[in-house]
Design a protein around this ligand. Structure first.
Ligand code: PLP
Length: 355
């Protein structure tokens, strides 16, 4: 079965060997305060920083999931309120999770075929954190790099970005935001159970001002440990080990990003040329890593079934678009050969009327 599911998604084929290496290395049985573990954690962080081109002053911490990052940000970086700018299900969920801890958190929804207005985002300077979703996995939209540059220019507020389905797939404008996070079962091509949080000096300063240390996963508690290459609790050592091996294996992000963008534009042309409707009409806000195709409920059901008969799986729709879209992951672990097979399969499916 070839999977184009946008998370959990296809893992790199080398994972099989790495799993065996992890076992052989003995790392899975060592104490997480021991030298070999700390050395492995340091190597993983250093390699990730270098391969993803993360600025020197930014720090990396490993947590369990993107969902956990939502809570860490709410409890440790927001004293009273944050602003959540969203156009789809994941951005909205982040708002909902935050409101449980910080009832004053506000949402600002925008049209998936447009960009949010910067004037609206920065209207209330009392928002301690502006929360954005770089790549909205539910509808196949992404915020362009220029948007982050412009927002950064116009406000000194801390900016947090959910990059769960784009980090390690496309180059990110790190300097134009303060917290970036992702879980690894999407563009990293790794098994689930680990997330990556990247923090700027400005984010660290805000956390220090708020000084929350009340939870096992309070931001500062995590940070105190990670800067010594330790962890606040017994960590997912296997996940961290695998992340280190995959980061060593992959090309630098500039090259990966170029390939992913090239493949995305080929996908969009292919789909348009063959009579498929892209959910998002405006090319400027289309995602490079998750492609959402729309159709009637009947047509989408028919297409998914026809593809499955060829041993290929595409992603179901999500949230409001559950039944009228299917999604195609364009993550780095997926090969061109697999893409060609899916394209061939899509062309061979009878068009409506000839079904
Ligand atoms: C998948 C996804 C999440 C949730 O990730 P978990 O690892 O399940 O917590 C959050 N945000 C976005 C944009 C996602 O694509």
């Amino acid at each position: 079965m070839i999977t184009f599911y946008p998370g959990p998604s296809k893992v790199y084929p080398q994972i099989g060997q790495y799993l065996s290496d992890a076992y052989q290395s003995g790392l899975l049985s060592v104490n997480h305060r021991s030298e070999p573990f700390m050395q492995m954690l340091k190597e993983t962080i250093d390699t990730m920083k270098s391969k993803l081109d993360i600025p020197a002053g930014y720090e990396i911490y490993f947590c369990s999931s993107a969902t956990e990052c939502w809570e860490i940000i709410a409890q440790s970086l927001v004293l009273s309120k944050s602003l959540h700018v969203y156009n789809g299900a994941f951005g909205e969920k982040w708002l909902e999770y935050t409101q449980k801890l910080r009832p004053a958190a506000k949402g600002l929804s925008f049209d998936p075929n447009a960009l949010p207005r910067i004037a609206d985002i920065i209207a209330d300077q009392e928002n301690e954190v502006i929360c954005l979703t770089h790549n909205e996995t539910s509808n196949g939209t992404a915020l362009p790099v220029a948007f982050f540059a412009e927002l950064r220019k116009q406000t000194g507020q801390v900016i947090a970005v959910d990059a769960t389905s784009s980090m390690a797939g496309v180059a990110l404008p790190w300097e134009d935001a303060d917290i970036w996070y992702a879980s690894v079962q999407k563009c990293f091509g790794l098994p689930a159970g680990l997330s990556v949080m990247v923090a700027s000096p400005r984010a660290i300063k805000l956390a220090e001002k708020i000084a929350d240390r009340d939870y096992y996963n309070s931001f500062l508690f995590i940070r105190d440990n990670f800067i010594k290459y330790q962890t606040p609790y017994t960590p997912n050592a296997l996940g961290i080990y695998l992340a280190g091996r995959v980061m060593r294996q992959v090309e630098p992000i500039s090259e990966v990003s170029e390939k992913i963008k090239h493949r995305a534009s080929a996908w969009y042309s292919f789909l348009t040329d063959h009579g498929f409707d892209i959910l998002i009409e405006k090319p400027e806000v289309r995602s490079d890593t998750v492609i959402a195709v729309t159709g009637t409920k009947e047509r989408v059901t028919f297409l998914k079934k026809a593809v499955k008969e060829n041993d290929i799986m595409v992603g179901n729709g999500y949230g409001a678009w559950k039944e009228t879209t299917f999604r195609i992951a364009n993550f780095p672990a997926i090969t061109q050969q697999e893409i060609d097979l899916l394209k061939k399969c899509l062309i061979s499916i009878p068009s409506p009327g000839n079904e």
